[in-house]
Design a protein. Sequence first.
Length: 228
Amino acid sequence: MSDAEKAQASDINTSNYDQHYNGRQTNFSPRPTKIANPGSLGLFSFASTTFILSLYNVNARSITTPNVVVGMACFCGGLAQLLAGMWEFPRGNVFGATAFTSYGAFWMSFATILIPGSGVAAAYSSEDEFHQAIGIYLITWFILTFMLLIGALRRNISFVALLFFLCITFVLLAVGAWTGKAAVNKAGGGFGILTAMIAYYCGLSELLVKGESWFGLPLGTIKQEHED
């Protein structure tokens, strides 16, 4: 290729860059991929683990020790959701990748706290100090969830509702840990059950692919204004 041809090619590339990035049209379609949509896997994993722990938090069947959820937190809410997040990255879905990966890591870290051999709980000199630390841990996840809620405001109503109620769940559980009030912790469990039901709904909606299912479930599209 001659110098003149190289210069012409460079001008074309620069022109394309200016058109897409400096102009008004900056939205691109997701890149073609053979990777299946991992949304249902991530949502079902999150919903199932949240549902179980939330039932324990409301003392269902008089259960007060939540350690049975450790297996779910490690492999379902943890590993499966983490993998869903990793598969969202090559699909170009930054929001899904961030959310699934983050909550997969959350469940893995939560399971680590509950495993006696980890020594996390034993490291505290008193039970009250441990609960205060758990409160800080939970309120940190509220902050992350709130930021994801902001990112979901222009996606669909179902995801907004999911993250909104998850925010409430984290706040109530944190306050319950700080104050030691069982009623507040039970309220957090109740909102956690509601959050899990919404996540199940969203996961089923992702699973019911158009053209392959008898019916679909609406997620509640939020109308967006597009600039010409």
